[in-house]
Design a protein around this ligand. Structure first.
Ligand code: ZN
Length: 417
């Protein structure tokens, strides 16, 4: 498919943008080319779509189910019992609801750690968004439990060889406190052999550090490093409770940080030390976490909170300026997964949003990026394009009403179980 967007603001100039197939083919003044679809970009600006580097998409089904509790009580009494009821079909429906929300809020990619692999792949393929689907590992520190999971992991890895270009495979080891040392070592070796990205929650709470010191006499990053896990391309979600030595280890391995401001605030986990990562900014990305702890998947909101938290933590209002926040939420996420996107440039993947400059939150236009990061909410996003396909136009996503109905029916059934 080819799309020609006429008279759109790109940077500070009004230009035309031609998409052919999956790519931005040309950006220039007065492009005359025949295209299957022509969009009038007048009064709009193009920004790269968001890359959400850590979430649990199908947890949309738990949005608002339980809030305002201490973390362990919240997990053990509310979240885990509810999740135990979920079938593959439920996860498929919950993931579609998540994709709908992501498309409506300008996200073109998400890295998903959740059960029911096949249901997720089906939802993502239908919705046309980019994703990383993880083989999830939790063995509650029992290597025998892990050994029973190995055939499933191998089977999912084999299935990933047939994924379309828009879907990647990763292994999501939940965390050092529910994955055994044996499993972490196995995963590290397997990933090394097959060039697989790894994904883990790391140093999210102070309790995690205390327990690791008690049982391993090492801090979490030191322990994880001792298993060989960090030798791979790793996405480390949260990464809050780090000392200087641990930060050094993460930087040495070029580990990607998935910074997750809202969930950290809502669960009172702690504050990411962005100031210590300014020289490593290229490897800092943003995730939303799941809807049980956020409670939405709005990367624009997350981008604003990331910047505001960086300023608050460092006591320095110049920290993570608007341009940097936008880069962290887009280009850095694409780079972390080796995706040729996250930038509006010729030759890059056509993953972009068109933002309405006549929306009250974008006026006056002193600084478009400042408005987008600090003032806007997702209602300014008019069109979302991923991989050269229009997923939302005039704020409408095809099939939206059906997806909402399916989700409501699904919850009704789950609550009766
Ligand atoms: Zn998470």
């Amino acid at each position: 498919m080819s799309i020609l967007i006429k008279n759109i603001v790109i940077g500070k100039e009004v230009k035309d943008l031609l998409i052919e197939g999956h790519l931005i083919k040309k950006i220039g003044y007065n492009i005359f080319a025949s295209a299957e679809k022509i969009i009038d970009g007048s009064g709009k600006i193009a920004f790269p779509g968001f890359f959400n580097t850590h979430t649990h998409a199908a947890m949309t089904l738990l949005r608002g189910y339980s809030d305002d509790l201490p973390v362990l009580q919240w997990l053990q009494e509310k979240i885990w019992p509810f999740e135990a009821k979920l079938t593959e079909e439920d996860v498929y429906i919950g993931t579609k609801l998540a994709c709908l929300e992501m498309i409506k809020t300008g996200t073109v990619f998400f890295n998903d750690m959740y059960w029911h692999f096949d249901g997720i792949v089906r939802a993502v393929t239908e919705m046309g968004i980019r994703a990383v689907v993880n083989s999830v590992v939790i063995d509650f520190n029992n290597p025998d439990n892990f050994k029973q999971q190995v055939p499933r992991i191998l089977e999912e890895y084999e299935k990933s060889k047939d994924f379309p270009d828009t879907i990647q495979y990763a292994i999501g080891a939940h965390s050092i406190y529910v994955v055994s040392e044996y499993a972490l070592g196995w995963i590290a070796d397997f990933a090394q052999k097959h060039d697989i990205t790894l994904h883990i929650h790391l140093s999210e709470t102070e309790h995690e550090v205390d327990e690791c010191m008690k049982f391993r006499n090492m801090r979490p990053v030191e322990y994880l490093d001792s298993t060989g896990f960090l030798e791979n391309n790793v996405i480390s979600a949260h990464s809050i409770w780090l000392d200087d030595h641990e930060i050094e280890i993460l930087k040495k391995h070029k580990t990607t940080i998935a910074h997750i401001p809202t969930s950290n605030m809502k669960l009172s986990s702690g504050i990411f030390q962005y100031k210590k990562f300014t020289d490593y900014m290229e490897h800092v990305t943003i995730g939303t976490d799941g809807c049980a702890s956020n409670n939405n998947l709005d990367m624009g909101e997350e981008m604003k909170f990331a910047s505001c938290k960086a300023k608050m933590e460092s006591k320095d209002p110049t920290m993570m300026d608007a341009e940097t926040a936008l880069k962290i939420a887009t280009e850095n996420g694409a780079n972390a997964f080796g995706i040729n996107g996250g930038k509006i440039e010729e030759g890059k993947l056509a993953d972009l949003v068109l933002v309405n400059l006549n929306h009250h939150l974008m006026i006056p236009a002193h600084h478009h990026i400042s408005n987008y990061v600090y003032s806007a909410n997702s209602s300014v996003i008019d069109t979302t394009i991923c991989n050269g396909k229009i997923l939302m136009e005039d704020r409408t996503v095809p099939g939206e009403i059906e997806i909402l109905k399916e989700a409501k029916d699904c919850i009704k059934n789950l609550l009766q179980k």
